[in-house]
Design a protein around this ligand. Structure first.
Ligand SMILES: C[S@@+](CC[C@H](N)C(=O)[O-])C[C@H]1O[C@@H](n2cnc3c(N)ncnc32)[C@H](O)[C@@H]1O
Length: 269
């Protein structure tokens, strides 16, 4: 396991595949945006914007506002810039390649939105401190990420397959890439970072992704894929990642139901 607070380089993503398969993230994002109760003229940070698919929804809720979209993955940033070129041109959007742990916007925003990002970051104390600094006093953080118990059954299957050859020689000892926090520890960390009016809760959201193989390979097992490519070489690693995905889906044995548990976060700066 990575220890709390351990720093590692954020992963670069397969942005094109992500954009094609991210229907679940889009539906979660719609719910987060509805909870934000935007008036339409705010400046909002999209913390971990990905390919820009959910940034577009945020922009639709801000006809007179602006979005600062931040992501650490160069491929995601390039995809978001290409997809939302018109919004950038009309001055409604800036897409910045930054690690949220080093966030530096040069201005304070009215609100922060984030969908499916925080569990990729281990140091939540530092993350929340950076987000608090980025918000104007009274500004809202409204976010959702994987929470305690997220994909536990799915990962038990993945772990069991990872112990078998030909995967074990590459995947044995792989540190857990995710940080699935409880609402209680999250509330405590938000308070320590200076937030108040804090509300955090878990929600079970099991789902079957439509494009199961690509979704599992590029969204659920992308860290495994990267490690396989690093250890076995690009081409052999790519083939192994495909085989690994197929073996994990076979092991799931229930037509691909993934046991998502979401952590919802609301807090005021
Ligand atoms: C599952 S995607 C979600 C993307 C988008 N929010 C959505 O809902 O479609 C997770 C995103 O978090 C980004 N991310 C992970 N760690 C990050 C960090 N430390 N700083 C900035 N972005 C990060 C990844 O690059 C990736 O684009």
């Amino acid at each position: 396991m990575c220890s709390e607070g351990a720093r590692r380089r954020p992963l670069d993503w397969d942005a094109a595949t992500y954009d094609r398969v991210a229907d679940p993230q889009e539906s979660w994002a719609r719910e987060i945006i509805a909870r934000m109760q935007l008036r339409g003229a705010e400046t909002v940070l999209d913390a971990g914007c990905g390919s820009g698919r959910v940034t577009r929804l945020l922009l639709e809720a801000l006809p007179h506002g602006r979005v600062l979209a931040v992501d650490a993955s160069p491929a995601m940033v390039a995809a978001a810039r290409a997809a939302l070129e018109g919004e950038i041109r009309r001055g409604a959007l800036s897409v910045l390649e930054q690690d949220l742990l080093e966030l530096s916007l040069g201005e304070r925003v009215d609100a922060i939105f984030s969908c499916a990002v925080f569990h990729h970051i281990h140091d939540h104390d530092r993350l929340f401190a950076r987000l608090h600094e980025a918000l104007r006093p009274g500004g809202m953080l409204v976010a959702q990420c994987g929470g305690a118990g997220n994909v536990a059954r799915f990962h038990a299957h993945a772990q069991a397959v990872a112990m078998r050859e030909p995967f074990a020689r590459h995947l044995a000892g792989m540190p857990a890439p995710w940080h699935y926090a409880t609402p209680e520890e999250t509330a405590q960390r938000l308070r320590a970072a200076g937030f108040d009016a804090i509300s955090c809760w878990l929600e079970e959201r099991p789902l079957r992704p439509a494009q199961l193989h690509d979704f599992v390979e590029k969204v659920c097992l992308n860290y495994h894929g990267e490690r396989l490519r690093q250890r076995a070489g690009q081409e052999a690693g790519r083939r192994l990642a495909e085989q690994f995905t197929t073996a994990v889906i076979d092991a799931m044995g229930d037509r691909g139901l993934i046991d998502y548990v979401r952590l919802n976060i609301e807090a005021s700066a």
